[in-house]
Write a protein that binds this ligand. Structure first.
Ligand code: DX5
Ligand code: ZN
Length: 223
């Protein structure tokens, strides 16, 4: 049984003019990973940043970097992100034709390989890849923007995936991304989530350190 509970603040809603300070604030609050959303303006209708920014983040934190690639043809970018120092590299099932090859390649470089699915993609589309991945990221909003509302049916998908993992004896982590708040995070945790991506609810808060600690306590059932 995979019982790990990790908090991954997403810097998508952070103040990019002061990124190192913003990351420091969540580090102090107890963040376990730094979630970085890479968007290409094609796979999703928004643009963010690339390997150069990841490289700068690598220089200012020892926390693992969790890179979520919302891009078309991510295969072409994998080497640059790995060289920039990511620890987890997640691609979208919808964006990759030869998913097994891509997952295998990421793992061969000593980086944890993740596969993500959009809200409209069913869990069973992952059946043939589950035994090979380190992480499955379930999008609980349509990717592209921070601060959106959690899509409630995602809970059913998390439970379904968690059940398959249990039955098959797999060890991948389940990550949930989008619309997590203090009000829904316990349900998400009980459904089987291991890595909780929280963007707006942390970086949109006046006290980012306190918000981080509060989420950490919630996922660990301390209050
Ligand atoms: C959405 C991104 C998320 C986003 C989550 O496309 O993948 O990581 O930052 O942010 P919130 O918590 O604001 O929904
Ligand atoms: Zn993300």
């Amino acid at each position: 049984m995979v019982t790990k509970k990790l908090l991954a603040p997403s810097i998508l809603s952070a103040d990019f003019s002061n990124l190192s300070q913003q990351i420091r604030l969540v580090e102090i609050g107890g963040a376990d990973l730094i979630h970085c959303d890479i968007m290409d303006g094609r796979f999703v209708p928004n643009l963010t940043f690339g390997p150069m920014v990841i490289s700068s983040i690598r220089n200012i934190t020892n926390l693992p970097i969790d890179a979520h690639l919302m891009v078309e043809n991510p295969e072409n970018l994998i080497d640059s992100f790995i060289e920039a120092g990511v620890n987890y590299l997640t691609v979208h099932q919808e964006a990759v034709v030869h998913l097994h090859r891509t997952v295998d390649y990421i793992k061969s470089k000593g980086v944890k390989a993740g596969v993500s699915i959009n809200p409209a993609t069913p869990i069973h589309f992952l059946n043939e890849i589950l035994e090979f991945v380190d992480l499955v990221l379930i999008m609980s909003v349509n990717p592209g923007f921070g601060g959106q509302k959690f899509i409630h049916s995602s809970l059913r998908k998390i439970k379904e995936l968690s059940k398959i993992r249990e039955e098959m004896g797999y060890n991948f982590l389940i990550e949930v991304d989008g619309g997590l708040t203090k009000d829904n995070i316990k349900d998400v945790s009980n459904a089987g989530c291991n890595i909780f991506v929280v963007g707006w609810s942390i970086f949109g808060n006046d006290n980012k350190t306190a918000a981080t600690t509060e989420f950490k306590n919630l996922i660990n059932n301390n209050n």
